[in-house]
Design a protein around this ligand. Structure first.
Ligand SMILES: [Zn+2]
Length: 86
């Protein structure tokens, strides 16, 4: 559990934000940040099984065109999931 001080977009407080992961079923995980001041939830990202595998593969891939292409695929998939579940 990581804590980070950020300015909340909703209440404007400079507050520690806690990242939480919620399991939505069928392998979908929703990671979001919670403002400790007003309790507002901000979506960080959604991942599914395939996306988590891609993220692991990206970690192992050395810097280069392959990693860039992988990052693009991951980004597109994250946006897709965000539209579907967000
Ligand atoms: Zn807030």
């Amino acid at each position: 559990m990581s804590k980070k001080l950020v300015t909340c977009g909703k209440c404007g407080e400079y507050t520690p934000v806690v990242y939480r992961t919620k399991y939505l079923g069928s392998g979908i995980q929703h990671t979001y940040a919670v403002c400790q001041s007003c309790g507002d939830k901000v979506t960080v990202y959604y991942t599914d099984k395939e996306l988590r595998q891609l993220l692991k593969r990206q970690e192992k891939t050395p810097y280069g065109p392959k990693k860039v292409a992988l990052a693009e695929t991951i980004n597109n998939k994250m946006n897709e999931l965000k539209e579907r579940y967000g």
